[in-house]
Ligand binder design. Structure first.
Ligand SMILES: *[C@@H]1O[C@H](CO)[C@@H](O)[C@H](O)[C@H]1NC(C)=O
Ligand SMILES: *[C@@H]1O[C@H](CO)[C@@H](O)[C@H](O)[C@H]1NC(C)=O
Ligand SMILES: *[C@@H]1O[C@H](CO)[C@@H](O)[C@H](O)[C@H]1NC(C)=O
Length: 803
């Protein structure tokens, strides 16, 4: 290099006389030799020294100095060509070497040559671009130039860009020699692939060694809404149970959008808003599909939901959600009575249809399977007829009398878990059929009625009940035809048809009839009617309505009958026996005998129970022949009734003695006083009648004696009794003129009766009766006997039962 520079300077020296030129590279270190100027100028070193040689640069800076000792030029200051000349070429230093004594001037030129001491330099280390991904191919982007102060080959030569995937570099030479550098898009940007590109721009010079400068280029790819959202699935499947709460998450959908920012900000929409289904769901911003309304499996079992994802750039994607609704047992079975009957007759046949009903449960599967049953112990059953139809039929016999009304409850429940049920109650009336006969309260009746009742008296009431209803239970009472003692029972009693009250039709006489019975029929109003009957027995109770009847001594009107007592009679001599009967019964017929009056009370006594008159002391001669005793016979009834009888006793040893005494047998004072005249008159008449009567009695007695001869042999005494005529005082009934009377005696009385019989046949005196007590009876007896129409019937003793 030095040699080359020297060669050039020599060459230059040779061509320019008196002028020396040197060429040196820049940046030579201080003290470096530029050239041997003395030699080149042909000057002696002495002359240089003597001439005080100097280097003159004028105003310019001195980069080179002169070494006078050696006569050479040396680098005084390091020379930077770029600073000295910039782009000017050639770059030279011009100065003079001056000598004194003599003054000589020698121009010197030192040319500074360039060396590659500068690298290309960019002003900034990096450059940032923001380029839309949609930028068109061929788009140009101006780049910064690099600067290299070196000149020539050492100056900036070219640029390179790395990498070159998307961009290429293009440089255009400029008129000033520099180059404009552009980056040209040669391949479409895609933010979604690469949203940032880093490039390095390198500037190179041509020096040796080559130097470079770099700058960083950052490209940010800006997003463009070039991607639509995309659903993760073409079809989503979801399931939800019906009746789920509002706000239940059904499914989560997702649509992705490769874009960023608002272009990738996806919102979801449930399809066609005209479709009411779309109102049931909404999709949240995060893709949650939320239930927003009621879901009823029975209305919709599956939903097809069109959904859409939209980014804010307006691009969208659609998908579908198929939502299966699962059933919940939320419906009670519905029971509908299609036809019902209000009532059925109690004699309905088995399997009579009462009602038809339909049962429905809109739920599915087991939730909709329905079973129906009824309340237990009811005589009905449910029969499955056909699809969802059931009939209610009778299952056993009905009886209105047991149950007239049924509340039939049909319960239907499904097989869901938990099971739901509903029920229907049907009120069914059982209508009556006349299947029950009236029933009397008792199997037989006995009633008592006291004799001498007023006709029309209600005796008592029979009652029958009928279990049926209404007309079928309306009971009428009917007296059944029968006869009592040959008389229709209807003349004894009547029965009130409505009330069952039994009335006496007539007044009863215990002495005639003691009891009777008949049947009463109870019949209901059904068609045909049913009936039953009952036996009613009426017992007639005795009243003390008959006074005792004195049978002996017979009180005759015309004559005086007297008992004979011999004066020799002992104490306790049986004078006679008063015999009386009472047709009443019981206490009413219980008779007692008392001595009411006596001529001599000390002489006689009467047996209280048996009526025997006995002496109680020895008869003396002083005792009067005529003794008159009044005996009263009383029954034990309440009140008691009585009869008196006068017993004449003759105390005498012979019959003539008696006769003489009895011709003026004194009359009883009571009846002898004022009425004597009338009595005598009456007695005369009565006596006549009495005698007639007596004749009749005797004839009858004879007749009866003949009839009962056999009985007579058995020595049983018979005391016939002729009752007074029964008089129907009220006249309401008609009585048959047939009387049956029984004469009842005790076995005890038989002995005394025998005595009486004996005594009666021998010692009876018939006296002229003046005692009216017995008169009246005799009169009435006589009137019966006189009655021509009275068919008197006296029951033969043989035919009588003994009490
Ligand atoms: C999407 O847009 C909504 C408003 O339209 C905003 O609230 C939300 O933050 C945005 N989301 C994103 C990820 O940018
Ligand atoms: C049926 O129901 C009605 C009304 O609830 C009630 O009055 C009646 O007593 C019931 N009948 C039966 C037999 O239970
Ligand atoms: C009365 O009832 C009985 C059964 O209690 C019956 O045998 C009889 O035939 C009935 N009599 C009449 C007349 O109906």
């Amino acid at each position: 290099m030095k040699r080359q520079v020297l060669l050039i300077s020599i060459l230059c020296f040779g061509s320019v006389i008196g002028q020396v030129s040197y060429s040196i590279p820049e940046e030579m270190p201080k003290g470096s030799l530029v050239g041997n100027i003395a030699k080149d100028l042909g000057l002696d070193l002495k002359r240089v020294k003597a001439g005080k040689a100097r280097l003159y640069t004028g105003d310019s800076a001195q980069f080179i100095e002169l070494n006078k000792e050696r006569g050479v030029l040396l680098i005084k200051e390091k020379i930077d060509r770029e600073a000295l000349c910039r782009h000017t070429t050639p770059c030279a230093l011009h100065f003079q070497i001056t000598l004194e004594n003599p003054l000589e001037l020698f121009p010197v030129t030192v040319e500074i040559t360039d060396i590659n001491d500068n690298a290309p330099v960019f002003q900034k280390d990096e450059r940032i671009f923001e380029i839309s991904e949609s930028a068109a191919i061929g788009s140009k982007f101006m780049l910064e130039k690099a600067i290299d102060p070196d000149i020539g080959i050492n100056g900036l030569q070219r640029y390179t860009l790395n990498p070159t995937d998307n961009f290429i570099l293009k440089s255009h030479p400029q008129s000033d020699g520099s180059k404009k550098v552009e980056m040209i898009l040669q391949k479409q940007l895609d933010r979604e692939k690469q949203d940032h590109i880093s490039l390095i721009l390198t500037a190179e010079d041509g020096g040796e060694p080559q130097m470079t400068g770099t700058t960083q280029i950052h490209v940010t790819v800006l997003d463009v809404n070039d991607n639509a959202p995309v659903f993760s699935q073409a079809i989503y499947k979801a399931a939800i149970t019906e009746n789920s709460e509002k706000g239940t998450l059904v499914i989560k959908v997702a649509a992705s959008d490769a874009d960023s920012g608002v272009n990738g900000n996806v919102t979801y929409v449930v399809g066609n808003s005209m479709d009411p289904v779309s109102k049931l769901f909404y999709i949240a911003r995060n893709g949650d599909v939320i239930l927003d309304g009621p879901i009823d499996y029975e209305r919709e079992k599956i939903f097809h939901l069109d959904i859409e994802a939209i980014d804010q750039g307006g691009l969208s994607d659609s998908s579908k959600i198929i939502i299966d609704v699962s059933d919940v047992n939320d419906n009670n079975p519905s029971v509908n009575m299609i036809s019902t009957s209000d009532s059925v007759p109690e004699n309905s046949a088995l399997n009579t249809v009462i009602a038809l009903m339909s049962v429905n449960d809109p739920d599915s599967e087991n939730n909709g399977k329905v079973n129906c049953f009824m309340n237990e112990n009811s005589p009905f059953n449910i029969k499955f007829t056909s699809n969802n139809f059931y009939s209610l039929v009778t299952d056993s016999e009905l009886d209105r009398e047991r149950a007239s009304e049924y509340n039939i409850t049909v319960t239907c429940s499904d097989e869901g878990v938990p099971s739901l049920s509903s029920c229907v109650t049907l009120t069914l009336q059982i209508s009556d059929v006349n299947d029950n006969a009236p029933v009397f309260e008792r199997s037989s009746y006995e009633a008592y009625i006291v004799e001498n009742n007023t006709p029309g008296l209600s005796i008592f009431t029979v009652k029958a009940t009928d279990a049926d209803w209404n007309q079928n239970a309306r009971v009428s009472y009917i007296l059944e035809d029968s006869s009592v003692n040959g008389v229709p029972v209807s003349s004894y009693v009547s029965v009130s048809a409505d009330s069952g009250v039994i009335h006496a039709v007539r007044s009863f006489d215990y002495e005639q009839i003691k009891d009777f019975q008949f049947r009463v029929k109870a019949q209901d109003g059904g068609s045909p009617p049913l009936s039953s009957n009952v036996t009613v027995k009426i017992l007639i109770q005795d009243q003390n309505d008959n006074p005792p009847q004195v049978l002996y001594p017979v009180q005759t009107g015309g004559s005086v009958v007297a008992e004979m007592v011999p004066r020799s009679a002992d104490v306790g001599y049986l004078v006679t026996k008063v015999v009386a009967v009472d047709v009443d019964s019981g206490q009413n017929a219980w008779l007692s005998y008392k001595l009411q009056k006596a001529t001599d009370r000390a002489l006689f006594e009467v047996g209280l129970q048996n009526g025997e008159i006995r002496t109680i002391r020895q008869v003396t001669d002083k005792d009067a022949v005529k003794q008159r005793l009044t005996v009263i016979v009383e029954d034990n009834g309440q009140p008691s009734r009585s009869a008196t009888v006068i017993v004449n006793v003759a105390v005498a040893d012979s019959f003539p003695e008696v006769l003489s005494e009895f011709t003026d047998f004194p009359h009883d004072k009571e009846y002898n006083d004022n009425l004597t005249f009338y009595l005598v008159l009456a007695l005369a008449v009565v006596s006549f009648l009495f005698i007639t009567c007596l004749v009749v009695i005797i004839s009858v007695k004879i007749y009866r004696w003949r009839q009962s001869r056999i009985l007579y042999h058995s020595s049983l005494p018979v005391i016939p009794y002729y009752p007074p005529r029964y008089s129907d005082t009220l006249g309401t009934g008609t009585l048959p003129h047939v009387y049956n009377y029984e004469v009842c005696r005790t076995t005890d009385s038989r002995k005394s009766d025998n005595k009486f019989g004996g005594a009666g046949s021998q010692n009876v005196l018939i006296m002229d009766p003046s005692s009216t007590g017995t008169m009246q009876r005799i009169q009435s007896e006589k009137s019966i006997l006189d009655e021509p129409d009275s068919p008197l019937e006296f029951r033969d003793v043989n035919s009588l039962g003994r009490c």
